[in-house]
Structures are given as structure tokens and as C-alpha cells.
Design a protein around this ligand. Sequence first.
Ligand SMILES: [Mg+2]
Length: 392
Amino acid sequence: MKITAIETHVCHARMRNWIFVKIVTDQPGLWGWGEATLEWHTRAVVGAIEDISQLLVGEDPRRIEHLWQMMYRQHFWHGNGIVRGTAISGIDIALWDILGKVHNVPSHELMGGRVRDYIRLYCHLGGGKMEDFYETRPDDAARFGELAQKAVEDGFTAFKSMAVPETMPLEGLKPIRYAEACVKAMREAVGEDIDIMVDCHARPSPLMGMQFAKALEPYGLYFFEEPCWPETMDDIALIQRAVKTPIASGERLVGIHQFRDLLEKRAVSVIQPDITHCGGLSEARKIANLADAYRVAVAPHNPQGPVSTAASIELGFATPSYAICESVHNDVPWRDEVVSEGFTVEKKGRIVRPNTKPGLGIEINEAVVKKHPFQQEVLQRTFYKDGSVGDW
Ligand SMILES: [Mg+2]
């Protein structure tokens, strides 16, 4: 059995170009789907996958770990940067899809079998509509409450918000009070049975991140995400020591070594590997196992396309420390036309029942993908009021 081609199929989905990876084999009807979506880096990732193809075409797709080692190590520059890491991830996911199809079992059965009956999904405020999630004004707490209520009406028992505004390295109380008011409005709208998450997008400086974390501690957040840059893990650790709120981070990290550093510093209570960036399902499994040694929960970052979701779900059914999965359902109205899925989502509670089809259980409709060719992603960026560059 041999790999004969590695194709990329780019599908423009408004905020992102989904990069689907199709690995074709010499066996009739046997191929695998992966995803390597990296917003604002689409051409670079497509090029990186083309570069890696040189290593893999002609190889046996069933030797996933062997091929992973080749991708990571055999072009001299280790695959631990975000572009190469994302390219490797997309290919690795497709290999797990193929292996499941070869053995006629869902991929999670190849990872030790099912460890739970269902997986809980959480949504973004607005369900993936970028204006609701990213552009609700921090002085409009009532709108945060309305969107929170809508998430619960849509069946979710957990949701994430961006209630921490863009913040200069030093600011007074105003942004803190905005964040408090938004979280208070959401808590009052949904009560205490619903889990609320706040993502800081690593906007604050470490000390501002600390102030936000302390101000929001009374609201019992499920987790508080990226309170400052992932480059400053020691500062994330200080924040985690200062509050009882679980701190989460990891969506920008690639490879087990970066997660090792995060875990060794006891910086977080939740890691958020992105299976389409961290090194694919192969590396995500190693990262999850490492986190298990620290009793740290896994909640994958997953705002991208449907193959990313399928891979995140397969991992969850085989990973004991997996807590919850990020999801978007309202980013483009034709999302369901692009993919058929092997798992089922129950509307009440938005819980996922296991995939019963081979591999990831999905098929991508290439004709629908072709209707949405590459377009440059909408620019999202921040300048502070003095004109200096901030984090979006
Ligand atoms: Mg995030």
C-alpha cells in the first residue's frame, strides 16, 4: 500500500480558509481527509504541504508514527513552527483516517478504544458568527447577556466569550470594570448551572492579566483562557497560583516540548492543543498523556472546519482527561453541505455521540468546496488609541 498524492483543497469560509488535506493511495477508493487550516497563512501552509509531499509519496500510509518522524525531522529544520506544524498536522490527521478505513473501525478504536459515552461541546457567543464573538462592544454588557441566553436556547451548557477588552500594557480600572460587567450580565442571564469561559486572546500584559483574573474570580468561570502571551509561561503560572479559576492555554503551541514547558511550570489547569497545529492526532495523544501525569485537563482549540472537529472528537473518545470540545456551527450557512459526519450531535445539551464509521467517519463534498475558492481572509487587527500595535 502506497501514498500516491497529497492534495490540498482550500475552501473559503469567511473568517478562515479551511485547508482540507486529501491523501490518496494506490488502493482503489482508499483516501484520507485531514485539515490544516491556519488563518492568514493559507498559501504558506499549502506550500509547506507540497514540500512535505516529497518525503511521503510512495510510502506506506499505515506507518503513521514513522511518517510523522520523517515529516518532523527529515528536512533538517524540525517541524515545530506554526506553518510546518500545521502542515504536518493536516497530513497526520488524514493518515489516521486512512488507518481507520483500512481496519474498518473508527479512529478512536485504534487509540485504545472508547473511554466515555459522549463529549460535551461548547460554543462561542454567536455560535461562530465573528461579529458577535469578536465585535460585541465591551461597554455593552447587556448584549453579552443576550448572546449568552441565546447559546443556552441553542442547547449548549457551556460557552465562551471575549469579555476582556483589548488592553494597553498599563490601564486603570475601566477595562476591568467592563469585563466584570460583561461576565456578571452573562452569569445573571444563564444562572449557575451553565459553564462560562472567557478568552483573553493573550491581549493583556501579565499584570493586567492578573487583575482581570482576580476581578473575574467570583463569577466561577469554567476556565480563563490565555490571560497573557504564551511566550511568558512563568507569568501564566503566577496567575494560576493567584486564583482558583482554572487557567487555560496552548492553542498557539506546537509539539510536545512546548507543552512540556507549560506543564512543568504548573502554569495551567487546562491545556488547549489544536489538533490541526500541534502535530496532529499523533502529537496530541502524546501531549494529552503528558498532561495526564500532571492531572491537567484537555480541551482542544477547535474553531476551524469540520475535519478539525471530527479529529478533535475522535481524540476525545479515547482520552480520559478530555473535558470539553470547542465548536462553531454558525460561521457559514453551508457548513453542513461540505461534510457528512459519522458522529451525531444531540441538540439538548449539545453532546456528541461516538462516530460509528471507519476512520474519522467523514466525507468532504469536493463539489461544494469548489464553490468557495480561496479568498484573502478579512483582516483582524488592533491598534491602541495612541496608534501603537496591540493584540487582536
Ligand atoms: Mg483562544
